[in-house]
Design a protein around this ligand. Sequence first.
Ligand SMILES: *Cc1c(COP(=O)(O)O)cnc(C)c1O
Length: 390
Amino acid sequence: MSQDSTQRFETRAIHAGWEPDEHCGSVMPPVYLTSTYKQDAPAKPRGGYEYSRTSNPTRTVLQECLASLENGSHALCFSSGLAATNALLDRLVPGDHVVAGNDLYGGTYRIFQRVFARYGIRFTYIDTTDLAALEAAIEPATKYIYLETPTNPLLRVTDIAAAAAIAKKHGKLTIVDNTFATPYLQRPLDLGADVVLHSLTKYLGGHSDVVAGALVVKDEKLRDELAFFQNAVGGTPGPLDCFLVLRGIKTLAVRMDRHVHNATQLAQWLERQPQVARVVYPGLASHPQHALVKRQMRAAGGMLCFELKGTVAQADAFASTCKVFTLAESLGGVESLVEVPASMTHASIPAETRRAQGLADGLVRMSVGLEHIDDLVADCTQALAAAAQA
Ligand SMILES: *Cc1c(COP(=O)(O)O)cnc(C)c1O
């Protein structure tokens, strides 16, 4: 299997984990649709494979590719991003403690509070951009510092190197959910993190046609522990899902360049519109952590949000009137999506709490896709006009 760490990212995205096979020269990895494997003698599997929950050759290719792209030693793939989070939490025992960001992906917060808190795992939520607060929250029983950067939807950025240094000083593991940035734009393991988590459903798959997740580590012992839970719990992806993610990853670098280009242009245009109170995009000089973004990320990504002067009704009218932008949750596909956090992804957070966290009612979130920028701007122009009438 091809694993040349001297190659550039773009090259590894296409080649890492696979070489044209010896049987027939297949350029793409086969989708190994098999649940089991012939053994040469009892407990002597021919190619190291016994059963596809435990391992499958198509999944192996994806895992090797992801390990290469994140500069890790090993990766493990799961049936969703949340199944990957689940595997991390399965390592903990009652009384263990996790320090986590206070504006996590909603599903992450839900599995913490509604599933694992019931088993006696304790969670403390803090603003992880505040490193003093992060250090103060660490207890002897803390096992993980769990970061998301940039966050959703407010795109707050945490200094990964500084947070990981604090965690290391206290003997804790740093986990970074790298879904928004992708390894093309940000590599947390290089900055001192211990585990990178991905929802492969988003930019890595990139075409809104598959749900999958991954963990990437740089330590074999941790990999073995997590692999035990991957197999024992069984939240593994099917081989066709792995194939789809592999196909998506081949174009990750060119897709991200265009996502960044379009999001930058649109953010700058939105900043000039009188109806818009503020635009949040980590690539804008107006972003409060712009200097950190430039240090930590290759570029600022494809997500932005903006606040309309006015009510949730106006934000709803804007989102409902968009034609090129599809009104939908999720992100990271080739197509542009728009949503209103107060009405959709973050509706379960009480209105007061939401506002206290800076999530204004008129906030609109966009996953800026790969359509022509002029069509995206034209769509926003007509939707702003409709919002003004609402
Ligand atoms: C979508 C998402 C997840 C969860 O991933 P699924 O594949 O939907 O289970 C976790 N973190 C972030 C930042 C996400 O956007």
